[in-house]
Write a protein that binds this ligand. Structure first.
Ligand SMILES: [Zn+2]
Length: 837
């Protein structure tokens, strides 16, 4: 399918080239007025192609990737003829200003670079329509104004960041809309089916993925972004139909690394937009809702990379259809939406051009400050972790973000220990060290600071993401500047002998879980020991993978190849007799049966949570998974299934007696359920033996003794947002104490940190395993509402319950959130492959 799509593009373009070299407006090219209907992604691509052919001295088109469904990801580069001729030199000079290229000093007498990103949320659909109009007006020979702006401005246009999501919406909408769009918002065309077009193929929100780069679209785009490093980045969105338009300046909280210049210029831009909106009588708002804190947005990530990053939100979105009756009685049309986004697009280029010198000079200053002063109180981050698998994923994370790293040597260093939360003296020989003195200093500070400072606690997203917790790596934040040398990851060395009886593989990271997955797919027979053991004087941890020669005789080449691919170390043994621990024939050495895995999906399931599991299996573990609609689950559907995953969701069958009984019978006969977040809560409510914990306050609620407490419920209206956050936990990090003797926790030698986004805590199970427990005072970072602070302690967040011959694994928190929470992935894999074997 992917190939044929490309052949189609090529044929179309070459035949087109033969009969037209004249730039066409979107209306001329499409054969309808922009806004009359939605344009499919391939037609947008074709429009950009024809423009590139017609205006080869001002524009070029580059493909930076391909989506999961095979659609091309494109960037258009637009400049004056003079600048276009030296475009790559402009790019290099710009990188010199940042210090990311050091062959010679950068020149501030250079054009500024404006990057316009359209349609990251696929169902916020007006923006890709606008991208064609923006491109046309920048190129249009009759538009003298844009020609003036292009003298000192290079514009990069990404017409659609999320083509799969956009086409999902557009294809659906085109099928359900009548001859004319229905403005009645009760009409079916205003209510998009699950999972909606907002996200990409794997239901990922690409506007939460910038720093993490877990998705193919983001990976390709960020590579280009880091080659260009624009001064201005705009991310075009849509919001509810009754919220007219939002543009910069943004709302508090602003992260403290954001400079005065970056704040001030948001006002300059906002004022320019306001001028045009006022002239047209259009409504808008600024300084509310959209804050600048979480680092993986299309506004914050550019800001932490020295740009003026902004979100623009037009009324519309999936509920807007192509016409929608608003609460004030007016009808919002697709044409209105296009007009507004087009206005801010043009106004952005204009204001960049008017402030060209200042923009480039301040941009250079941002990076000079980063390189010379190092942003933040900590100047070196030393990661003393030795786990090769974790270090491998950490290195690729740094490289994807242009973060330079090395190594430091030293005895008796002093730093903040992320795991203990204390300043400590430490010694290190092998480490990865990241210095704050480099171009990416602001981003590094945001990613590494132990506790982020919130200037205002009403934020749009999670409030903690510090890298040592995300990756589960022992690390220290050091206040001194240190010299970093070249780091090279230790290469795995196999310890093999002739005539091996079997092979041992250390199991301690998600990389090892990927290897296990590959071995199972290759039908290699794998076992693991449930206790530590010693062989030939060498100690091996519980969970170590054991591959005997017997039964795997014809698979040894595959074993070697897979181990090499995942950089695992193989140790051979010449017998099954262990010095300590269990011999390989013991029943405490478990054979891993390759499980058939299914996941519930569909309407009642949180699409992100389902997408994360789907992506984990297909793109990371490379392991097949059957997706079953939650409405259609019953005993028969589970006949050949060993593991059933319930992502966060509201499952009706758990509240229906007969359906629940069928699933419970399947578990009793040996099935395994992995329940995440609300799915776990529903099973607890269904009384399968796992109970939600009530807080002390909830238990005491009925006998209030304090006289003053009767006034506690009298609230001021203007404080309503603030009051609501006392019981709010937007995403905060807690230390979890693990029972590391349980297979669910195998491979975790340095504990676990959970990202808590709900207040769920379970009672300690008497008949089950409390594998992950939050004890007192174990919150390490992020915001937690004052009323919840006391509640989240002394309870279970990760549990395993035996039900007949089967089991249920409970995750109160999502261990693979947005796929960036790296340290939870091994535990999820353990739940699938190791628990109840
Ligand atoms: Zn959006």
């Amino acid at each position: 399918m992917k190939k044929s799509l490309f052949v189609f593009f090529t044929v179309f373009i070459s035949s087109y080239a033969s009969f037209s070299q004249q730039l066409k407006s979107p209306d001329q090219f499409l054969g309808y007025q922009l806004g009359d209907k939605y344009t499919a992604h391939y037609k947008i691509v074709n429009y950009f192609q024809q423009a590139a052919l017609a205006m080869p001295k001002m524009m070029k088109l580059e493909q930076y990737g391909e989506t999961n469904e095979g659609r091309p990801l494109l960037l258009a580069f637009v400049a004056s003829e003079g600048n276009f001729a030296k475009l790559d030199e402009i790019r290099k000079n710009n990188l010199r200003l940042t210090g990311m290229l050091n062959d010679k000093p950068g020149d501030v007498n250079a054009p500024s670079i404006v990057w316009l990103s359209y349609n990251v949320h696929g169902n916020e659909t007006s923006s890709s329509e606008v991208s064609m109009k923006t491109l046309y007006e920048l190129l249009n020979p009759n538009n003298a104004q844009t020609k003036e702006w292009l003298k000192n401005t290079v514009v990069i246009i990404d017409p659609c960041l999320n083509p799969d999501g956009r086409d999902r919406y557009v294809n659906w909408f085109t099928q359900v809309v009548g001859k004319t769009a229905d403005a009645n918002t009760d009409a079916r065309e205003h209510s998009e089916p699950w999972p909606g077009g907002r996200t990409n193929h794997y239901n990922f929100d690409l506007n939460r993925d910038w720093a993490w780069q877990t998705q193919i679209e983001t990976k390709g785009r960020l590579k280009k972004y880091n080659e260009w490093m624009p001064q201005i980045h705009c991310d075009f969105h849509e919001q509810g139909i009754n919220n007219p338009y939002y543009f910069a300046p943004a709302a508090e909280p602003f992260h403290e690394v954001i400079t005065k210049w970056q704040r001030d210029f948001q006002y300059t831009i906002g004022k320019n937009h306001a001028k045009y909106f006022d002239a047209n009588g259009w409504l808008y708002f600024t300084k509310e809702i959209f804050d600048l804190f979480y680092p993986a947005y299309g506004d914050t990530y550019p800001i932490y990379n020295g740009a003026i990053g902004m979100t623009y939100e037009q009324a519309g979105g999936p509920g807007g259809g192509a016409a929608a009756l608003k609460s004030d009685g007016d009808t919002l049309t697709l044409k209105d939406r296009i007009a507004h986004h087009f206005t801010t697009s043009m106004s952005t280029v204009e204001i960049a051009s008017l402030n060209n010198n200042r923009l480039v000079t301040e941009f250079k200053k941002f990076f000079d400050d980063a390189k010379n002063n190092g942003i933040g109180e900590y100047k070196t981050y030393v990661i003393t972790e030795t786990n090769a698998g974790k270090l491998k994923s950490l290195q690729s994370f740094f490289e994807a973000n242009g973060i330079k790293y090395g190594t430091v040597s030293g005895a008796s260093l002093k730093g903040y220990n992320y795991f203990s939360g204390k300043e400590e003296v430490f010694t290190t020989a092998n480490n990865i060290a990241v210095s704050a003195y480099q171009p990416k200093s602001a981003l590094i500070k945001v990613l590494f600071e132990p506790k982020s400072k919130l200037s205002d606690s009403v934020t749009y997203d999670i409030t903690a993401w510090s890298i040592p917790y995300v990756y589960g790596v022992q690390a220290y934040a050091v206040k001194e500047k240190m010299v970093t040398g070249v780091y090279s990851r230790p290469i795995a060395k196999n310890d093999l002998t002739e005539n091996a009886y079997g092979y041992l593989i250390n199991y301690s990271s998600f990389e090892d879980a990927k290897l296990l997955s590959a071995l199972l797919i290759a039908k290699i027979k794998v076992r693991f020991a449930e206790k530590d053991f010693t062989y030939n004087g060498k100690g091996f941890k519980k969970g170590t993978l054991i591959i005997l020669k017997k039964g795997n005789e014809d698979k040894l080449d595959e074993l070697m190849a897979a181990s090499k691919k995942y950089e695992a170390t193989l140790t051979s043994v010449s017998g099954g007799f262990m010095e300590t621990g269990f011999d390989f024939g013991s029943e405490k050495v478990h054979f891993i049966k390759k499980p058939n895995v299914a996941m519930l999906t569909g309407k009642s399931v949180n699409p992100s949570s389902a997408g994360e599991v789907w992506h984990l299996f297909e793109q990371q573990l490379d392991y097949s998974i059957t997706l079953i609609n939650a409405d259609e689950i019953n005993g028969a559907a589970l006949k050949n299934i060993d593991v059933l995953i319930l992502p966060d969701g509201n499952y009706k069958f758990l509240t229906e007696k007969d359906a629940a009984a069928e699933v419970k019978t399947w578990v009793q006969q040996g099935g395994k359920i992995i329940a995440v977040e609300y799915a776990a809560e529903l099973i607890a409510k269904a009384d399968w033996g796992f109970k939600l914990k009530k807080s002390d306050e909830e238990e005491k609620k009925d006998d209030k003794k304090d006289d003053n407490s009767v006034y506690a419920d009298v609230k001021r209206f203007e404080n309503r947002e603030r009051e609501s956050i006392t019981e709010y936990i937007p995403g905060s990090i807690y230390k979890v104490t693990l029972d590391d003797s349980h297979p669910l926790a195998f491979g975790y030698t340095s504990g676990y940190f959970t990202l808590k986004q709900n207040s769920d805590l379970y009672e300690f199970m008497k008949d089950g395993w409390n594998v992950g427990v939050i004890k007192k005072d174990n919150q390490v970072a992020g915001f937690v509402g004052s009323k919840l602070k006391d509640k989240i302690k002394d309870g279970t967040v990760i549990g395993v319950q035996q039900v007949g011959r089967g089991s249920i694994v409970y995750f109160a928190d999502n261990p693979i959130f947005r796929s960036f929470w790296e340290n939870g992935k091994l535990m999820f894999a353990n739940a699938v492959f190791l628990v109840n074997q």
